[in-house]
Design a protein around this ligand. Structure first.
Ligand code: OXD
Length: 310
């Protein structure tokens, strides 16, 4: 069986080593050295060029190199009948929660303002400083990532609410769903964390309308996708004071262009899409598990629901 690997990250060597150890005899090919396209049965990819997957006539599994699969749905020629798996790796869930907890704490404790003050050698307290139980955090997206982050914030004492498209129950978390639920959550959210998948229904969800529903001075953390956020609306809401600060890990254009206003904005913190990096050492076992199931004709795990685009 041949597997085609494609990403711009320099991880091909690590993946080859791990997957060939777990699946002896695997024919591991790295794009663009495809060889005979008829040999490829599995594509393990991140942002494949449009049309690449369609050009592999015997493809039986498309595996995303990350948790998100929007990069696959961006291909207008995505083969309609090949199963797609997303990476659901507990290592990434843990990494994402570390990032979310860190950034929520930074916003909660006025850390962006104190960092700016240090640069200006300014000694000034920001008040009020609520304690965690008085701070309402809203998690948009209660999948594996959102639920884990919500529970870890709850364990720190925050008052945590969450929103999902369909009804969900998470112990200790105020759970909301649907359009009306989103409005209710936003009205009570001082720090919103976006952990949603990017779909036509969630694109632009962090925009003027949502910002207006949130209490004045509310803050946001975006670890979903750049296109969840309407960038011009955020700048406007920061200028007006409706939004008090933002931590952004994902952007419309990545890398973020050097002249982008977010780089120098005093109330925006930028990180380069590192919230939860794929770890070949742990993720390879998950991909290998599905390849074994594929070989044995068993049901595959972590499959994407094409109708929902995630
Ligand atoms: C992912 C990502 O989807 O890193 O895994 O964005």
């Amino acid at each position: 069986m041949a597997l085609l690997f494609k990403t711009s990250a320099p991880t091909a060597g690590l993946w080859r080593e791990e997957l060939c150890r777990l699946l002896p005899g695997l024919d591991f090919r790295v794009w663009p050295e495809i060889g005979n396209p008829r040999d490829i049965e599995v594509a393990l990819v991140w942002h494949p060029p449009a049309g690449l997957l369609k050009s592999l006539p015997n493809l039986r599994l498309i595996a995303s190199l990350g948790a998100g699969v929007d990069h696959l749905f961006a291909d207008p020629e995505l083969p309609p009948d090949v199963p797609i798996m997303r990476l659901v790796d507990p290592h990434m869930v843990q990494a994402m929660s570390e990032y979310v907890v860190l950034e929520v704490l930074r916003l909660h404790r006025h850390d962006l303002a104190y960092a700016a003050q240090q640069g200006a050698r300014e000694w000034r307290e920001h008040r009020p400083q609520p304690n965690a139980p008085e701070r309402r955090v809203g998690i948009l997206g209660l999948g594996q990532f959102g639920t884990d982050a919500a529970l870890k914030l709850r364990a720190l004492g925050f008052d945590v609410g969450g929103w999902s498209r369909r009804p969900k129950k998470v112990e200790g978390i105020r759970c909301h769903h649907g359009e009306a639920g989103l409005e209710t959550l936003l009205r009570t959210t001082e720090i919103a964390v976006c952990l949603l998948p990017l779909t036509p229904a969630t694109e632009g969800i962090l925009g003027r309308r949502s910002f207006a529903l949130m209490p004045r001075g509310a803050m946001i953390v975006n670890v979903g996708r750049g296109r969840h956020l309407v960038e011009a609306d955020l700048l406007e809401a920061l200028d007006s004071g409706q939004i008090g600060g933002a931590v952004l890990d994902v952007f419309h254009e990545e890398p973020l262009p050097p002249d982008h206003p977010f780089w120098r904005h005093p109330r925006i913190a930028v990180t380069p899409h590192i919230a939860a990096l794929t770890n070949p050492a742990t993720a390879s076992a998950i991909v290998a598990g599905n390849i074994r199931r594929l070989r044995r004709g068993e049901a595959l795990q972590d499959l994407v629901d094409r109708a929902q685009s995630y």
